[in-house]
Design a protein around this ligand. Structure first.
Ligand SMILES: CC(C)(COP(=O)(O)OP(=O)(O)OC[C@H]1O[C@@H](n2cnc3c(N)ncnc32)[C@H](O)[C@@H]1OP(=O)(O)O)[C@@H](O)C(=O)NCCC(=O)NCCS
Length: 148
């Protein structure tokens, strides 16, 4: 397994995982292409040969970096892949001078919320009915550069 920067050749694999994991909130292929290639975007993939195991995408805006997505193939969870993907995009954000990382996660997504909490994110707010299925989002924040 290696981690590397995403390229346009990863878009189809990312879009397929999006469909499987995020249902009505999945990014369609043209959105994935834009997210992997955008100027203020960072995207890292975990791959084994030609197989996509997971990915993380961020968007930079001033001192804040938004974690737009992090996902791991269901067959490869609890192996530390998401931790490694998050470390990769977190290090890049800190090197680029960002002071905090923010994310929205479904309030119903206990697994992801446990993962983020273990990685040091703290819940700082809620966005009611943020997702298309009507569930709320929890807004979580991680201070970068050891300033928690
Ligand atoms: C959330 C997600 C990215 C975690 O990926 P992962 O590769 O399994 O996570 P890791 O193996 O790096 O987990 C590191 C630690 O986080 C915590 N953790 C991860 N998943 C967890 C879960 N489902 N329940 C409770 N704790 C969890 C554990 O402490 C874990 O360490 P441990 O396995 O030694 O107990 C993965 O479950 C996923 O892709 N979910 C679907 C997509 C999603 O909801 N993404 C987030 C919103 S964009």
């Amino acid at each position: 397994m290696i981690l590397r920067d995403a390229t346009s050749r990863d878009a189809a694999g990312v879009a397929a995982l999006e469909r499987d994991l995020f249902g009505v909130d999945a990014w369609p292929l043209p959105v994935v292409v834009g997210e992997l290639a955008g100027e203020d975007r960072e995207a890292v993939v975990a791959v084994e040969g030609d197989t996509l195991l997971g990915y993380a995408c961020t968007a930079r805006g001033g001192e804040v970096v938004d974690l737009l997505r992090i996902a791991v193939h269901p067959a490869r969870r609890r192996e530390g892949l998401a931790s490694r993907l998050l470390a990769a995009v977190r290090d890049r954000a800190a090197e680029a001078g960002a002071e905090r990382m923010l994310l929205e996660v479904s309030a119903a997504n206990d697994g992801a919320r446990a993962f983020y909490a273990r990685e040091g994110f703290a819940e700082i707010g809620r966005r009611p009915r943020y997702y298309k299925d009507g569930t709320d989002a929890a807004v979580m924040q991680l201070r970068l550069g050891g300033r928690e």
